[in-house]
Write a protein that binds this ligand. Structure first.
Ligand SMILES: Nc1ncnc2c1ncn2[C@@H]1O[C@H](COP(=O)(O)OP(=O)(O)OP(=O)(O)O)[C@@H](O)[C@H]1O
Length: 264
């Protein structure tokens, strides 16, 4: 278990107590179906927050809404004090999708250099930023390998390094540890906590693996587009009288099913 004290508030929200993300009555329709249904929650600034739930429950859709790439979003969704997707947020929010979005025919360093230029990082600062991002994800020794020749895990770490360029205040990571070996997973979680505690970054990290839940300070538990709970792992276990987040999740699912049956 990896319990850590909350990190400092993100730079944007320092002292204001304002959450990094605020959602109220948030819904998303996809393919004519409501796939995110009336969510209300806050994500504290400077926290490592896990977004957990079974495959297809709406995690990626919620993340797309947060970064402004999802259509048919209704309700309130504020990110760092501004409406999600608004132009000034582009440089302040890093997003890593499930599919690595880097060029296979460039080296890791060339990819980062390219994205640093796209982000508008001044040329004189670029190489320092690129070196730091490579070091953050432990890829310095592969910096000059063609990305296409890297392993799956290394490939996704190049995507993560891209998201770290420019020191975003919020990092939205869609299943960043899927398919990684246990050592790499542990190293990445350590990095996530370091980013929160040392840089004040807020991290929202999705996973469908419940055993990653205890590595988070806060959890958003989803099922079928609805929010089952938003709380710390310890509070969830205590509230449901269970000894694991998986147990708590199953308890909450059963509770929701009973409520649905009673209402039908
Ligand atoms: N392009 C699309 N058009 C219509 N419906 C979609 C589309 N993409 C996803 N969906 C539906 O939206 C719902 C939520 O999908 P989403 O990808 O957000 O789930 P998820 O929790 O991220 O799943 P996973 O853990 O497998 O990535 C699912 O029922 C899915 O079938």
């Amino acid at each position: 278990m990896n319990k850590r004290p909350p990190g400092p508030a993100a730079r944007d929200s320092q002292g204001s107590g304002r959450p990094a993300i605020h959602a109220a009555g948030l819904s998303v329709v996809r393919g004519g179906r409501t796939v995110v249904d009336d969510l209300t929650f806050d994500v504290p600034a400077g926290s490592v927050t896990g977004l957990l739930g079974p495959s297809g429950c709406g995690k990626s859709t919620l993340m797309r809404a947060l970064v402004g790439t999802q259509a048919k979003v209704t309700g309130t969704l504020d990110v760092l004090g501004r409406p999600a997707g608004s132009a000034p947020l582009r440089a302040r929010v890093g997003y890593v999708t499930q599919d690595p979005s880097v060029y296979g025919d460039l080296t890791a360093r060339q990819n980062l250099d390219y994205y640093a230029a796209v982000l508008g990082i001044p040329r004189r600062e670029r190489s320092g930023m690129v070196d730091r991002a490579l070091n953050d994800v432990d890829l310095t020794s592969h910096a000059d390998s063609l990305t296409a020749n890297l392993s799956g895990g290394q490939h996704s770490r190049v995507s993560l390094a891209v998201a770290l360029l420019g020191t975003p205040e919020l990092l939205v990571l869609d299943e960043p540890t899927v398919g990684l070996d246990p050592v790499l997973r542990r190293d990445l979680w350590n990095l996530f906590h370091r980013l929160a505690s040392e840089r004040g970054t807020t991290l929202l990290i999705s996973s469908h693996v419940m055993d990653e839940a205890d590595r988070c300070q806060n959890l958003l538990l989803m099922r079928s587009g609805r929010l089952l709970a938003a709380d710390s792992p310890a509070a969830l276990r205590a509230r449901t009288h269970t000894d694991s987040v998986e147990g708590a999740f199953l308890h909450l699912v059963d509770e929701a099913r009973r409520a649905e049956t009673a209402a039908s």
